[in-house]
Design a protein around this ligand. Structure first.
Ligand code: SAH
Length: 216
């Protein structure tokens, strides 16, 4: 079926980009989520027939649901554990949050476009992803009340790593974030917080995301 074919394409993409990723295959649990979560539930009616294409799709308000291959590699890079608590900036459709939901204990996700955030909240509840909390607001400031997090995933492009997110990452935690100029390519960065709070960034590969917006 279409979802299995999508999973096959992700595997091919991973092999093709193995020199960036430093591996030839992603974590099996991550791939199982990609094979399970019904992406067609997260796209608008007129995009349903493309739901399992391995590409981003418009979700309205100038925003997109990310390419499945990108969702898979970002999830893999977070090195999640069953007891992890994860923060996502950029809920969008809620698809990435649903993928995370099956891999960790709790997901906290923030969306700045109110109608998208409210729709994602409803959708995730309807589909039974009940360890996901959705908040409408500016994710640049993170989610102080729920911090610190074992992992943080930013699914919009930032010009810099938001300092509040650096603070809200646990020592030993990982953040994955596309950093660079709006509308041009960005670099996907894997940021780890070492003992004494030192941050170490590693460039993974060039990507293209919609920008982080908000008033900061
Ligand atoms: N992860 C989403 C796709 C993200 S698209 C999915 O799985 O569908 C990027 C999203 O980030 C958009 O919905 C955009 O509105 C949101 N966004 C941009 N700036 C933001 C900010 N400062 N705080 C929270 N969300 C933001």
């Amino acid at each position: 079926m279409a979802r299995q074919q999508m999973v096959g394409e992700i595997k091919d993409n991973v092999r093709a980009t193995r020199f960036y990723l430093d591996k030839t295959a992603l974590d099996e649990k991550v791939m199982r989520m990609m094979a399970t979560v019904p992406r067609h539930e997260f796209v608008p009616e007129d995009a349903k027939r493309f739901a399992y294409d391995n590409r981003p799709l418009s979700i309205g308000y100038g925003q997109t649901i990310s390419q499945p291959y990108i969702v898979a590699i970002m999830t893999d890079l977070l090195d999640l554990q069953p007891n992890s608590r994860v923060l996502e900036l950029g809920t969008g459709s809620g698809y990435q949050a649903a993928i995370l939901s099956g891999l960790v204990k709790e997901v906290y996700t923030i969306e700045i476009v109110e109608p998208l955030g409210l729709a994602a909240k409803k959708r995730l509840a309807r589909l039974g992803y009940d360890n996901v909390s959705v908040k409408v607001g500016d994710g640049y400031y993170g989610w102080e009340e729920q911090a610190p997090f074992d992992a943080i995933i930013v699914t919009a492009a930032a010009s810099h790593i938001p300092p509040p997110l650096k603070q809200q990452l646990k020592v030993g935690g990982r953040m994955i974030i596309p950093v660079g100029t709006m509308f041009l390519t960005q670099q996907l960065l894997l940021v780890t917080k070492e003992d004494k709070g030192k941050l170490v960034s590693k460039q993974i590969l060039p990507v293209r995301f919609v920008p982080v917006t908000g008033g900061h």
